[in-house]
Design a protein around this ligand. Structure first.
Ligand SMILES: [Zn+2]
Length: 287
């Protein structure tokens, strides 16, 4: 080997060694992040939370908009916007006013913060039905049969049109509607209790099955386990979502079970969906 080549090689070797050393030092630095010194007993720690830990949540904005403002159907839509771009998910409760687990769970979801995307929550879609504890008040229509509604129609048709307009404006990746049934689907076909209803032509069945498996992992009794039900009624929220080519499912708990269990099952479904989309949730909000 010529001496010139030798020197070149030696130079390259030392450059490589230097690069390795720098990388190693950076990894060491990363590994040994400075740890705040423990505060002496009786004194508050100088810096209890590193600022980067909570800054994501402080950048989340929480807003609300009233649908059908000024009418007896007036109902808040909560809009939780994360600092990072990500999917929009819409959660609806209270389409039927005698299905408390759905609207109570949606009310809880309206207090969550997300790290990516937008969370839209309409906890009491049919506020009048929720206030009267009825499926829908006498003299009005079943909100889950009249989508996409009619902005110049009857009061319930106007309400449906307002909700449909939100779906069209935000075009959520998923619309999730929280309902309740009276009887277990395991006992009676089409009773719908403990099902997730997903459209016949939906292409995300594997995700739905993954959500159901997650929900069932904490349910020991076979009767209480969830199963998928392909379908969705004409004029319902799934139907409305399909008109806009949005993905959608309905969760149906069973009123035979304790209310808190049913609320938790709805919350599990929403948690699992958000987690599958890579969205982290802060359920305690900001202190
Ligand atoms: Zn219902």
């Amino acid at each position: 080997m010529k001496p010139g080549h030798k020197a070149l090689l030696a130079g390259l070797a030392s450059l490589l060694a230097l690069a390795l050393l720098i990388t190693y030092q950076q990894q060491l630095l990363r590994f040994f992040k400075p740890v705040p010194a423990a505060a002496p007993a009786g004194e508050a720690p100088a810096n209890p939370d590193p600022p980067e830990e909570d800054s994501i949540w402080q950048k989340v904005t929480v807003g609300a908009r009233l649908l059908e403002a000024g009418t007896d159907r007036e109902t808040p839509l909560y809009i939780i916007t994360a600092p990072e771009e990500g999917p929009t998910v819409m959660v609806i409760g209270g389409v039927h006013g005698d299905e408390p687990a759905g609207y109570e769970a949606a009310q809880v979801v309206s207090t969550w913060l997300v790290d990516r995307g937008t969370l839209l929550v309409l906890p009491r879609a049919n506020a009048l039905a929720v206030a009267t504890g009825t499926r829908y008040p006498e003299g009005t229509l079943n909100l889950n049969r009249i989508f996409p509604g009619n902005a110049a129609g009857s009061p319930t048709e106007r309400l449906a049109a307002s909700i449909f307009a939100v779906m069209a404006e935000y075009r959520p990746l998923w619309v999730v509607d929280l309902h309740e049934a009276r009887v277990f689907e395991h006992l009676q076909f089409d009773a719908l209790g403990q099902t997730i209803i997903y459209p016949e032509d939906g292409e995300q069945i594997e995700l739905i099955e993954w959500i159901i498996a997650g929900m069932n992992s904490s349910i020991t009794e076979e009767m209480h386990q969830f199963q998928v039900k392909r379908g969705g009624v004409a004029g319902g929220t799934i139907y409305a979502s399909r008109l806009l080519q949005l993905e959608s499912f309905t969760v149906e708990t069973t009123q035979e079970l304790p209310l808190q269990d049913r609320i938790n099952q709805h919350l599990d479904a929403v948690r699992l969906l958000l987690s599958s989309l890579g969205v982290a949730v802060n359920e305690t909000g900001l202190e």
